[in-house]
Write a protein that binds this ligand. Structure first.
Ligand code: SAM
Length: 437
């Protein structure tokens, strides 16, 4: 089955991965099921419960990616739990075979309405997976890995070595970068080199978890995960001494001490065979949170003949753009913001803001109710906000950036190892291109 990360279908399919977006940065990954595989005791099949309501998968399956789905009106949560508890009690009393109770019959009840929130059902992408994946370690985020993969020249057909695999965030982005239509195109054009990610990780449980995820995501054919301490045993596939070379042309090290792994990334490593592609330059990136680690890595890179060494910090910042609270200045000019000058004024403003917010909420909740009489006279701004005044007239746009501390991820050290050029290569080159003589 093609991976949804590489060739997504048009709709959210049963038994496939879907990413349920609740808010901009809040995404829940789930495998869509028509049956209750987690044995939650739900009559409707698998249900994802969120703070915005319950979403039976029957309401998600078959929907085009990007669809907005409204929470189920059925209180699946409490009913499901009640049924499970009831069944358990009956089993204990030996009456499980008795006629099912009324509330166990599988029709949907219009009982207690759950919160009528909504979510968006999104197709899997490495970016959305990074925001939703189960964190087992620190992860590399999209701004860093986009830049890293670009500098590593990762492209269809490249072979990327990665260590450690951690939570698999970088792995998913790397595999998409090296994907070249495998298996369809690659089989048709046999000469084309298949892209591959060779991932190394020494924590056994993390190896198992990342392998299971890659299999679930249909990516296991493109990523080979090896359980290995790379400081000791390097990067050959299979046996650390006699194994096969991955012939990598790009390397990404997200390790506590990357300099300890560098001795295995030379043209002539101590173990014998090199893990690097002999016919291409090698692009390397290391990812270290501290400057001292970056300096130590750079010193070792120089000793091992890496060139073009440079260090980069991706200082991506989120800029929050908001509209200031609505207010009227003393002359009653709409759109001006009230800035309190004394503590008393500030307290008064807080109180009036709270009151206004409460009334706006009340108004919104009762909008459809013909008997509802909003109290608006004492709060002209509330009247504006509650009516159809366009948003630009409700206050000034302001922006705030995140504090610097929050945006530091790591120092990225890049380097290049040129390909070896022997007398033999020179002779071959002269034979192949006689005009070069
Ligand atoms: N890049 C990963 C991601 O985006 O999800 C996160 C990597 S995490 C920060 C670092 C990983 O390196 C950990 O899972 C750790 O177990 C692994 N590690 C540390 N030392 C290692 C070694 N000597 N050999 C292999 N893996 C190692």
């Amino acid at each position: 089955m093609p991976s949804p990360f590489l060739t997504p279908s048009a709709t959210a399919d049963a038994d496939g991965l879907a990413l349920l977006q609740l808010r901009r940065d809040q995404i829940i990954p789930t495998i869509l099921r028509t049956y209750d595989d987690e044995n939650q005791g739900y009559l409707e099949g698998k249900v994802t419960n969120t703070r915005f309501g319950s979403f039976p998968h029957s309401t998600l399956i078959g929907k085009p990616w990007g669809s907005q789905i409204v929470a189920s009106k059925v209180d699946t949560g409490s009913r499901g739990r009640r049924n499970t508890a009831k069944r358990k009690a009956e089993e204990l009393e030996g009456s499980a075979a008795s006629t099912p109770a009324e509330d166990e019959k599988p029709e949907l009840k219009t009982a207690v309405a759950a919160t009528s929130g909504f979510l968006h059902v999104l197709a899997p992408t490495p970016e959305a997976w990074t925001l939703s994946l189960p964190h087992r370690t620190q992860v590399v985020y999209t701004p860093d890995y986009s830049y890293i993969l670009h500098r590593l020249r990762a492209r269809p057909g490249s072979t990327v070595i990665e260590a450690g695999a951690g939570s698999g965030s970088f792995t998913h982005a790397a595999v998409r970068a090296v994907f070249n239509g495998y298996p369809e195109t690659a089989q048709a054009t046999k000469k084309r080199r298949l892209g591959k990610v060779c991932s190394f990780e020494f924590h056994e449980q993390r190896v198992g978890k990342v392998q299971a995820e890659l299999k679930d995501h249909g990516l296991d054919g493109l990523v080979e995960v090896t359980h290995r301490d790379v400081y000791e045993d390097g990067f050959l596939l299979g046996d650390p001494k006699t194994g096969q070379s991955p012939k990598a042309n790009a390397v990404f090290l997200d390790l506590p001490a990357p300099w300890l792994a560098l001795k295995h990334l030379t043209r002539n490593p101590p173990s014998g065979e090199s893990a690097l592609d002999p016919l291409s330059p090698i692009y390397l990136c290391t990812f270290s949170p501290c400057l001292e680690q970056a300096e130590r890595t750079i010193r070792t890179m120089r000793q091992l003949s890496w060139l073009n060494i440079s260090m980069v910090e991706v200082a991506q910042r989120r800029i929050d753009v908001r509209r200031d609270r609505v207010g009227l200045d003393t002359e009653g000019v709409r759109g001006a913001t009230l800035y309190p000058k004394t503590v008393d004024e500030a307290v008064d403003k807080l109180r009036s803001d709270e009151q206004r917010a409460k009334r706006i909420r009340e108004h919104r909740a009762n909008r459809e109710n013909p008997d509802y009489q909003p109290i608006v006279e004492d709060l002209p701004a509330y009247k504006d906000a509650a009516s159809d005044v366009p948003s630009y007239a409700l206050g000034r746009l302001t922006h705030r950036t995140e504090p610097d501390l929050k945006t530091h991820t790591s120092y990225l050290v890049f380097a290049i190892l040129p390909r070896d050029w022997s007398e033999e290569d020179e002779q071959r080159c002269r034979q192949e291109w006689p005009s070069e003589k």
